[in-house]
Design a protein around this ligand. Structure first.
Ligand code: AMP
Length: 304
């Protein structure tokens, strides 16, 4: 199916003129993406990519806006990547709603949405070759808590970079370690993709937006504020002159001591290597992870 007829297929229920502006092309296969990218390149357009697992929220939409600042056309991928989930994790219940995602992507003028099946992304199942981070950046924090997670993330992002060959791609600071690893991957593997990292978008009460927030019951949603509150407190201590990273870590742990919240890590780290620091300075990142009920949440803040 050509790119034009794909776009038309998505326009069935919408007035044609309106649709031409608003509806993104929906690509289901890698071949459709490659054809679209070739058309864009032939027209001299710079392609921006925003990789996501869907169930879009304002955080994702801010990445689309950011891509639009440097790219001429913006593509969003929506793929719940089985390779980055552990066997006991939430792959099966991860929220999915493609129709809603398409409408949200359209509201920001997204030109193409790539929504492949797992069979299209991994035709032979488990790939024989994958991308592994080193232990220093990838083995601690989320890498320690979720063995194999970053291998799954880097492998799917490397595949998306291969499929799209985008000029640039945008990731969220929300997943700080992930963004640091993807930056390293683009650099170390000479992928030729400019990686940009956009700030965390939060709910009015401070909770970092996440597709997983829908899992939270009203009581859990209230308790989940402990993460951003702890980070705010850490930031305030730093602003008041605290430079002892151990004191900042202790303050984060204390903020996570809330009934129903099970802290996983609370760290003050170097933003490039994710190594724990002894002395905090401008650029040091505070990172927290905790379980609230069955839901695992992460958040972070860069000190300045
Ligand atoms: P996900 O769909 O959760 O895999 O996220 C896709 C991209 O959106 C990743 O680069 C995330 O870091 C980014 N992202 C997720 N939540 C937020 C947020 N609250 N603010 C900014 N970016 C986010």
């Amino acid at each position: 199916m050509s790119v034009e007829s794909l776009a038309a297929a998505e326009c069935i229920d919408v007035a044609a003129a309106e649709c031409a502006d608003a509806a993104p092309v929906v690509a289901r296969t890698k071949a459709e993406v490659r054809a679209w990218v070739a058309e864009q390149r032939a027209a001299g357009k710079r392609v921006g990519l925003v990789p996501t697992m869907g169930y879009l929220h304002d955080g994702h939409l801010s990445l689309i806006d950011r891509a639009r600042e440097t790219a001429d056309v913006v593509a969003v991928s929506i793929f719940v990547n089985p390779l980055q989930f552990g066997p006991a994790e939430d792959l099966d219940r991860y929220p999915r709603d493609l129709e809603r995602d398409l409408a949200l992507a359209a509201s920001r003028g997204t030109e193409l949405v790539f929504a492949p099946s797992a069979a299209d992304m991994y035709p032979e199942g488990e790939p024989r070759v994958s991308v592994l981070p080193d232990e220093e950046i990838g083995g601690r924090l989320d890498g320690g808590a979720r063995p194999g997670h970053f291998r799954g993330v880097l492998t799917v992002v490397a595949k998306l970079f291969g499929i799209f060959t985008p000029d640039m791609a945008v990731f969220g600071q929300k997943d700080f370690q992930q963004a640091a690893l993807i930056r390293r991957m683009a650099l170390d593997l000479d992928q030729g993709v400019r990686v940009e990292v956009a700030p965390i978008v939060r709910e009015p009460d401070g909770l970092a937006m996440s597709s997983r927030n829908v899992y939270l019951s009203p009581e859990e949603r209230e308790r989940a504020r402990a993460l951003s509150r702890g980070l705010e407190h850490g930031r305030a201590l730093f602003a008041a002159g605290e430079r002892d990273a151990e004191a900042l870590r202790a303050a984060l742990w204390k903020a996570l001591e809330v009934p129903g919240v099970q802290a996983e890590y609370a760290e003050a780290a170097n933003p490039l290597t994710l190594e724990p620091v002894a002395t905090a300075d401008s650029g040091t990142v505070l990172l927290v992870a905790a379980r609230v009920g069955r839901t695992r949440l992460i958040d972070n803040a860069v000190l300045s």
